[in-house]
Design a binder for this molecule. Structure first.
Ligand code: PEP
Ligand code: MG
Length: 596
């Protein structure tokens, strides 16, 4: 009998192959006693030599990655190199040798643990990426200090295999050979982890976040891995294999179909243009977003500038980041969201207090307004970048008109300050808000009078409306954006924006679900913003739908008694030509809704 694991799809493609389990562990540091005073200088020297060596090794992986995949992928290794140049890591470990008389390997391990403890109370993917980078760095340095070989991945006689491991480090992934490793399955990790990004660049299908998969499967067992649904089937039957082979065939055709769409307009079948934009987490994603057909950036998350950093980001660094995305989008709108900190994103330098309910706590716009230095620095960088394109500013988690007014005041003061320094700053930089709470949705008319545009963050709106933690895997089945409570709030927001004459957009995950796209266009939303990979699928839905039919479906959905009924209504009105089982964006619905 087969066993199925469900994880997070990280790199598309279906493969059937035997498993190779890689049990990768950080080197164990022997618990030897303290060192004699006469040994201190030698240990400090060993520490610096090992860090230098690790940096060289990472640089050589980086240059091979640049040759194999490109500069953007090679840049993934920059944070690791920066860590090894950070005095707060390396010099602080040397201080531990000098003051606590620890051997070099124990001092380094100790300092890494201290770094981790500053970050690890947050389970945000960005923090987890930093932790994975740090673990990679730790592995290199400790192997050098302890004189250990690199971990071996393969036996000589291994054929093509699906690699199963606990977590994928970027260093390991970048060195994988496409011919030998045809799929990757990991217990931990996220879609946005560096390992997953590299797997996508290498074109290796991957599923992450599979729980205890690597403890259960054995070398040589046959596995089907579906990088679109996140399913990993161990010891599949002949019928299951036949089903997946056929699915693979259909998906390959589907991907060809989507490719053609990138250059076509984002217009409904009856001719209404929907602004289709991209959500990006890093400036380096802008090019992919543009190449996938984005007409701008609907959500530029800026937390990468602060999360896991030990000092607040410099104005110049921020300016360069905003400017580079504006340059890529050459006159199309780029919506920069101000720092959305707190919740699950805690930069070490802000010393944020530990809270019982961080998602109901000091986060997003509340932090921005309470930390004027950080906020003003960000607004200075944003305003300086503004003349280089159609830049718009967006505030996260707004509940009060006063939060918009206060921000406008700061923007005014910042503009004057910059002008007095000789900068040319445009007069009207658009200031919009995210609608992410039921309170904001219910007072959307009043907020629309103060804001220049709305963008609904459905990820948070669903979390706060349903009281379901968006990151809690146990409650994932309850995190349903088609709940009538959410649907009615979405409708109220669209109506408020229309009546007050401002743009209504959505930038949460719901926009990338085919039924979500259909519903939102039916409600009258003018712009949708989704992850770069989802753009072609969303365009496919937009081009197939008729706004009259979508409006009718949305009106009916507003009367539904529960989420299942909403889904049934939307499916009944969805254009027949759309086969939901082919959409990567529909994987997170109930299986019944996807396949029936
Ligand atoms: C959202 O909440 O839907 C959103 C787009 O913002 P984030 O996912 O960054 O919280
Ligand atoms: Mg949000």
């Amino acid at each position: 009998m087969s066993t199925t694991f469900e994880g997070t799809p990280a790199s598309p493609g279906i493969v059937i192959a035997p498993v190779r389990v890689l049990r990768w562990e950080l080197p164990k540091v022997p618990r030897t006693g303290i060192i004699a005073p006469g040994e201190i200088d030698r240990e400090v020297e060993r520490l610096y030599e090992a860090c230098e060596w690790a940096r060289d090794r990472i640089r050589s992986v980086q240059s091979r990655t640049a040759e194999r995949m490109g500069e953007a992928e090679a840049a993934i290794f920059d944070p690791q190199i920066l860590m090894l140049e950070d005095a707060d890591l390396v010099d602080a470990a040397a201080t531990l040798i000098r003051e606590n008389h620890l051997p070099a390997e124990r001092a380094f391990e100790w300092r890494v643990l201290e770094w981790e403890s500053q970050w690890s109370h947050a389970a945000h993917p960005m923090v987890m990426d930093k932790l994975a980078d740090l673990a990679d760095v730790q592995g290199w340095v400790l192997r050098r200090l302890l004189d250990l070989p690199d971990p071996a991945i393969f036996d000589e006689d291994d054929g093509p295999v699906i690699l199963v491991t606990r977590e994928l480090s970027p260093g390991l992934t970048a060195e994988l050979e496409r011919e030998r490793v045809v799929g990757i399955a990991t217990d931990l990790g996220t879609r946005t982890s560096h390992g997953a990004i590299l797997a996508r660049s290498l074109g290796i299908p991957a599923v992450v976040n599979l729980g205890a998969c690597s403890d259960v499967v054995q070398n040589g067992q046959e596995v089907i891995l579906d990088g679109r649904t996140g399913h990993v089937i161990v010891d599949p039957s002949e019928e299951e294999k036949a089903f997946y082979r056929e699915r693979d065939f259909h998906l390959r055709n589907w991907e060809q179909e989507l490719l053609v769409l990138t250059h076509l307009q984002s217009k409904t079948a009856d001719g209404k243009h929907i602004d289709l934009r991209a959500n990006i987490d890093l400036p380096s994603e802008a090019t992919v977003a543009r190449d996938n057909g984005a007409e701008g950036v609907g959500l530029f998350r800026t937390e990468f500038l602060v999360v896991g950093k030990h000092a607040s980001p410099r104005e110049e660094e921020q300016y360069e980041a905003y400017r580079s995305v504006l340059d890529t989008f050459n006159g199309h709108p780029v919506i920069v969201r101000t720092f959305d900190l707190g919740g699950d994103k805690f930069p070490a330098f802000l010393h944020m207090p530990k809270e019982d309910n961080p998602f109901l706590g000091w986060r997003a716009i509340r932090v921005c307004l309470d930390e004027p230095e950080l906020f003003r620095m960000q607004l200075r960088a944003i305003l300086r970048a503004a003349p280089h394109g159609d830049l718009r500013i967006m505030l996260p988690l707004v509940n009060e008109k006063a939060e918009i007014d206060a921000t406008r005041e700061i923007i005014e003061e910042t503009r004057e300050e910059l002008r007095s320094e000789g900068h040319t700053i445009p007069e009207n930089v658009s200031l919009g808000i995210m609608i992410e709470t039921p309170a904001a949705a219910m007072s959307a008319v009043e907020l629309a009078r103060a804001a220049d545009f709305f963008s609904v963050g459905t990820n948070d709106l669903v979390q706060y409306t349903l009281a379901v933690d968006r990151g809690n895997a146990r409650l994932a089945h309850l995190f349903n954006p088609f709940h009538p409570g959410v649907v009615r709030l979405l409708d109220a927001v669209a109506r408020a924006a229309t009546s007050e004459g401002i743009e209504a957009g959505v930038c949460g995950e719901l926009a990338s679900h085919p039924l979500g796209t259909f519903l939102l266009v039916g409600m009258g939303y003018d712009s949708l913003s989704v992850g770069p990979a989802s753009l072609p699928e969303v365009k496919k839905v937009i081009r197939a739908l008729d706004t009259g039919e979508a409006r009718k479906a949305a009106r009916e959905a507003l009367q539904a008694a529960d989420a299942d009924e909403v889904i049934r209504i939307l499916r009944a009105h969805l254009p027949r030509e759309l086969d939901l089982s082919l959409f990567a964006g529909s994987w997170n619905l109930t299986p019944d809704a996807v396949t029936s």
